[in-house]
Ligand binder design. Structure first.
Ligand SMILES: C[S@@+](CC[C@H](N)C(=O)[O-])C[C@H]1O[C@@H](n2cnc3c(N)ncnc32)[C@H](O)[C@@H]1O
Length: 209
């Protein structure tokens, strides 16, 4: 089966996430910016970077920025938007759930709303190999809820193709798998959007070299 992420036009995805009733694009960009401010990494990788949401907020002190996504069209758009505007920028089309990732280790990995679509142990093992010792992994997870749709209804119906692939996981499940790959949970914070959707932001420290 083709991964549905390969079939969703970036314009549909970005329009869906930016709808005022959904408002997830802004939340994800704010979390990324907060992580950059908190850890001041020299190098950062954004896993599932789509079209580069939040890249506008990367400070000039960040020397190396790696964007990774499974969808080559998303990477092409992100590259078109940001090459020449952010120093030390590299993009990779890669599936974090299969095989080693093609870039050198970084100080901070930001992985927001991507673990819902991948085999956790394989993905975390691959991320462990590209995170420096004492580096951080910052994650955003969406909570399961009986009251809100996992994928919000919107005029951008192509996004509904994600429903069969999406598996909402608990912060505890992620923490257990992350620990097995050398990521120790350092802090976590709950977020609730006006839509009623709930999220958890977790920060992990990479304890192994
Ligand atoms: C919900 S979006 C993430 C949010 C995005 N960071 C933002 O701020 O809009 C999930 C992203 O992960 C990518 N993705 C899904 N599965 C992936 C995989 N196995 N490997 C790499 N990227 C993947 C999708 O193509 C999509 O761009």
């Amino acid at each position: 089966m083709t991964n549905p992420w390969l079939e969703i036009p970036l314009a549909d995805y970005e329009s869906h996430m930016s709808l005022p009733a959904i408002a997830q694009a802004e939340m994800l960009a704010v979390q990324f910016s907060d992580a950059l401010r908190r850890f001041s990494p020299e190098s950062v990788a954004v896993i599932g970077c789509a079209g580069g949401n939040g890249f506008d907020g990367i400070p000039p002190e960040t020397k190396r920025v790696v964007g990774v996504d499974i969808n080559p069209d998303y990477i092409a758009s992100a590259s078109f938007r940001y090459h020449g505007r952010i120093p030390g920028l590299e993009f990779h089309v890669a599936d974090i759930g299969s095989g080693p990732l093609p870039f050198c280790p970084v100080d901070l990995i930001y992985a927001a709303l991507v673990f819902e679509y991948v085999p956790l142990p394989a993905a975390l093992g691959n991320l462990s190999r590209v995170c420096r010792p004492d580096g951080r992994l910052v994650t955003v997870l969406q909570h399961p809820s009986p009251h809100v749709h996992a994928v919000s209804p919107s005029p951008y119906t192509s996004v509904q193709a994600l429903v069969p692939l999406m598996r909402l996981i608990s912060p505890g499940e992620l923490a257990g798998c992350a620990a097995a790959s050398g990521f120790d949970l350092e802090s976590e914070q709950a977020l609730v959007l006006k839509s009623g959707k709930e999220f958890t932001v977790q920060v992990y420290r990479h304890a192994v070299g």
